[in-house]
Design a binder for this molecule. Structure first.
Ligand SMILES: [Zn+2]
Ligand SMILES: [Zn+2]
Length: 332
């Protein structure tokens, strides 16, 4: 029997189509996997020796006299940082200059590792760089939202092989982010506490969708997952913004992020994915009603007409089965 399930925060519905249900292992990517990459390419703008192909570093981490991570402005950004944030009208239509700040985090000097396979130290450096840049960008005064994300593989929207993530800071909080915030605010007004904290309590009670639990984080396949193997990582202590993590929490986040990506990498043979760190808008960095999280979306299906037309996603797997599958993956 197919069923509708509701995301308790955003109130969005999904259809879990169990009639057409696929077993989690049916999403295993082709046996041969991705083509093996070299550890260095002389035409790669992110490989060492080619620093002149990118703008100068905004932040870097050095080891043994060489960089092990660099953050640089995104040369091909959709937004530019020298414009105004002023809203303008064209007749009844609203517009604004394309102001924003876009940066790239080059996670490793090597061309071929992935977050699932690189040294934990490099993953720690990466999330540390996220926090450093998040902190700087959110203090510029003209930024309302800092979005950190990673596109891995062509299906996820990148053709650049070198391991990297992106940060885009905008002077706009779009409805896609604002609407769940309204809902969580209303829930907090009604029940007096954070709806995400309540959801986690329920997930820990039911256990069936939990993938991993560490000192500070819970990784799970959400009850109303929109697509197969959607996985979210929530801090167990209430925190509305990623910027407020302590050093110890940040190190633990690196571990749980890498382990979750490794479960997907090993279990499904290196699928493409997007992940996004969904933190509160800068003005809400310390509120009771919002709880930040990271969401990993493996690119295993393509939203089609019904999804685009209704916003209701049809998921052909059970989140409970995906969680069970991921829990069972040996990650060494
Ligand atoms: Zn490279
Ligand atoms: Zn909370």
């Amino acid at each position: 029997m197919p069923e509708f399930r509701q995301n308790m925060v955003s109130k969005e519905w999904v259809i879990i189509a169990t009639e057409r249900a696929k077993r989690p292992d049916q999403f295993l990517q082709k046996k041969e996997g991705k083509k093996a990459l070299p550890h260095y390419r002389k035409d790669c703008p992110f490989c060492p020796g080619n620093e002149s192909m990118t703008p100068p570093s905004l932040f870097s981490i050095e080891k043994n006299g060489a960089w092990s991570l660099r953050v640089v402005p995104n040369k091909f950004a959709a937004l530019q940082n020298h414009l105004t944030t002023e809203r303008k009208h064209e007749g009844r239509f609203l517009k604004a200059d394309g102001f924003g700040i876009a940066e790239v985090v080059i996670e490793s000097p090597l061309h071929n590792p992935t977050l699932a396979t690189m040294d934990l130290e490099e993953v720690r450096n990466t999330v540390f760089a996220y926090q450093e840049r998040y902190s700087v960008l959110s203090k510029t005064g003209r930024i309302d939202l800092v979005t950190i994300f990673r596109n891995y593989g062509e299906r996820a929207g990148t053709s650049l092989e070198h391991p990297h993530s992106q940060i885009i800071a905008t002077p706009i909080v779009p409805p896609h982010v604002r609407n769940p915030l309204y809902q969580s605010q209303l829930a907090c007004d009604t029940f007096g506490d954070c709806i995400y904290c309540g959801m986690m309590e329920e997930e820990r009670r039911q256990q069936v969708r939990v993938v991993d639990e560490t000192d500070y984080f819970l990784a799970l396949c959400p009850f109303a997952s929109r697509s197969p193997f959607e996985t979210r990582i929530y801090p167990k202590t209430h925190r509305s913004s990623f910027v407020n993590l302590s050093g110890e929490e940040l190190a633990d986040f690196a571990t749980v992020l890498q382990n979750t990506l490794r479960r997907l990498h090993v279990g499904l043979n290196d699928p493409d994915y997007n992940y996004i760190i969904r933190s509160a808008p800068t003005e809400d960095s310390n509120v009771k009603y919002h709880h930040w999280y990271a969401v990993i979306v493996p690119k295993l299906t393509t939203p089609a007409g019904f999804e685009i037309g209704t916003g209701i996603y049809i998921n052909t797997t059970l989140p409970e089965q995906c969680a069970e599958f991921l829990r069972g993956v040996k990650i060494g």
